[in-house]
Design a protein around this ligand. Structure first.
Ligand code: SAH
Ligand code: DHB
Ligand code: MG
Length: 221
């Protein structure tokens, strides 16, 4: 199987199971028009995130790494009317595009976008006692994964679900030696989850429109 057939099967999944979604198409078009990198989750992964928000019954979601808000819109749509997602983004251009996408998607009342280095925004959320969040999606600069996991723990409760994107990286997660900081970030996520007695986790390898990668998923106990 090649990347082409993984993408074709993703098209089959989306074509068979999803309604046409002009709003999400417009979100991706706006991202492209503003020159954002096409590193959003795939449609099938976005739907998985929204299902996890539903399954968890989450009312408060934290996302680290907004980009143009494609994953944010998927999760925001799965929240109840009194639910909220706080999403953290470093790049002001990404944040501007994301904010207009939230308005386009009709979810801006449920989304709070904080612009700046996520570690600073997380410290502020901690100081404000903004937790506990019911679900946390970590998808920003990979070398900071252990810091983001640590903050996710501090802003959690027993039962909180933590998801970390891009932890397989074409299988490069097996490479030792620290040559690629993104791979080191993936390995650091495994070390953190494996070493934290209050986290019970697994990782799911994924193939599809975005190639071969995977999510780590853990629950706080
Ligand atoms: N979750 C998005 C994709 C996020 S891409 C989706 O699936 O649609 C990663 C994002 O993290 C980029 O927009 C990048 O600017 C942002 N980022 C990188 N370093 C960051 C930092 N230190 N703090 C906050 N955001 C950061
Ligand atoms: C990259 C980042 C991501 O979050 C992703 O899902 C895919 C690629 C990247 O930085 O290349
Ligand atoms: Mg990602």
């Amino acid at each position: 199987m090649s990347k082409t057939s993984w993408a074709a099967v993703d098209d089959y999944i989306v074509g068979s199971l999803f309604e046409a979604d002009p709003v999400l198409d417009a979100v991706l078009a706006a991202n492209h028009d503003h020159g954002l990198p096409a590193i959003d989750v795939s449609p099938a992964q976005g739907k998985l995130l929204s299902l996890l928000v539903c399954i968890q019954g989450a009312k408060k979601v934290l996302e680290i790494g907004t980009l143009g808000g494609y994953s944010t819109v998927w999760m925001a749509r799965a929240l109840p009317v009194d639910g909220k997602i706080v999403t953290l983004e470093l790049d002001p251009l990404h944040a501007d595009v994301a904010q207009s996408n939230f308005e386009r998607a009709g979810v801006s009342e449920r989304v709070e976008l904080r612009v700046g280095p996520a570690l600073q925004s997380l410290a502020a959320l901690g100081a404000e006692n903004a937790g506990p969040f019911d679900l946390v999606f970590i998808d920003a600069d990979k070398p900071n994964n252990p810091h983001y996991l640590s903050w996710a723990m501090r802003l959690s409760r027993p039962g909180t679900v933590i998801i970390c994107d891009n932890v397989i990286r074409d299988g490069a997660v097996l490479d030792q030696g620290g040559r690629d900081p993104n791979v080191e970030g993936a390995r650091a996520a495994f070390s953190f989850i494996g070493g934290e007695k209050h986290l019970d986790g697994t990782a799911i390898q994924t193939v599809g429109a975005k190639g071969y990668d995977g999510f780590a998923i853990a629950i706080v106990n």
